[in-house]
Design a protein around this ligand. Structure first.
Ligand code: F6P
Length: 316
């Protein structure tokens, strides 16, 4: 759709947009159903009054009651969707069957990424991947759509079904209305968002960061992958990285639950996502909980990372 005026945009809700984009009917129903879970999860966040529950998840990380209830909300929604055979969540040890086993889609979720930030009232988010075949075959083969929801001053939802990346805002009437169609990254941006302790970075990564700093990039890091990447998409450029660390060559973030859906959305917005060398979507996971380094954002910064990691460029 071209040249939508601001006045028209506010009347295009998510369902209408997906219909206008000719997205296959079951897929658009599923995307809509998942977007609705964002409303329930946001209510849970408000009810929680920011309290930690003190559990640990399967990775030994602090798990909020909120993580658990967000996961349960998504699972329940999928059980009744009629389109989903299996569900895999960062909060669960294994993939579970939620339908008859014969439905078209498999859904992955990081139900509440960055959830500990709720305590300080920073933005957090839900990340979703929708797959048409086994999630272990790799994003290029299996992912048909991806989305994330941000819970910040506004609730926003970004989705792509392979037709560009689009942003919607939840309005007071409870409808997701089109806010930005076809988000398109500039070839380069001016912000960088970077995880891990500096003392744990490799020499090559440190050189890369120094180079960005020499070029005048501004640091923007909240500690929440969803809002940090969202900032890059909405500001139309920059780079987010959680690199390989000296004592942890796979970095921190999870390939299936966090990185592949975000790579899908970023590539659909004209950007790139690599582990420093390989496209994230081309990586075939070996385990459900596989972690992977990430460089994601506009092409200039992601390609630059490769030249540093390959040792072709260094800074003094
Ligand atoms: O994976 C969870 C997460 O909170 C991400 O949302 C975020 O990018 C990252 O961890 C932050 O890690 P650190 O606290 O090491 O900067």
């Amino acid at each position: 759709m071209e040249n939508i005026s601001d006045a028209t945009r506010q009347f295009i809700d998510l369902r209408r947009h997906m219909w206008m984009e000719n997205i296959e009917v079951d897929l658009r129903r599923l995307i809509w159903q998942i977007a609705v879970t964002g409303k329930y999860i946001s209510s849970k966040i408000q009810e929680s009054n920011r309290k930690l529950a003190g559990f640990e998840n399967i990775y030994g990380e602090e798990q909020l009651a909120l993580d658990r209830s967000s996961d349960e909300i998504i699972k329940r929604q999928l059980e009744f969707s009629g389109f989903v055979s299996h569900y895999a969540s960062e909060e669960r040890e294994s993939i579970i069957q939620v339908g008859t086993g014969n439905e078209k889609y498999i859904v992955t979720a990081d139900p509440l990424d960055g959830s500990s930030l709720v305590e300080t009232n920073l933005a957090i988010g839900t990340i979703i991947g929708i797959h048409s075949e086994s999630i272990m075959t790799g994003g290029d083969k299996s992912l048909v759509a991806a989305m994330y929801i941000t819970y910040g001053p506004l609730i926003t939802m970004i989705y792509s079904a392979g037709n560009g990346t689009h942003e919607f805002v939840l309005n007071r009437e409870g409808e997701y209305v089109l806010s930005e169609e076809d988000i398109t990254l500039e070839e380069r941006g001016y912000i960088y968002s970077i995880g891990g302790l500096r003392r744990d970075w490799t020499r090559e990564h440190l050189d890369y960061v120094r180079d960005l700093e020499n070029e005048g990039y501004k640091l923007r890091y909240s500690g929440g992958f969803v809002p940090d990447l969202n900032q890059i998409l909405i500001k139309k450029g920059g780079v987010f990285t959680y690199p390989a660390l000296k004592n942890n060559p796979n970095g921190k973030l999870r390939l299936i639950f966090e990185l592949q859906p975000m790579a899908f959305l970023t590539e659909q917005a004209g950007g790139m996502a690599t582990d420093g060398r390989r496209r994230i979507l081309s990586i075939q996971p070996e385990t459900l909980d596989q972690r992977c380094p990430i460089y994601i954002g506009s092409t200039y910064e992601v390609e630059k990372a490769k030249t540093f990691l390959d040792g072709k460029t260094t800074t003094i």
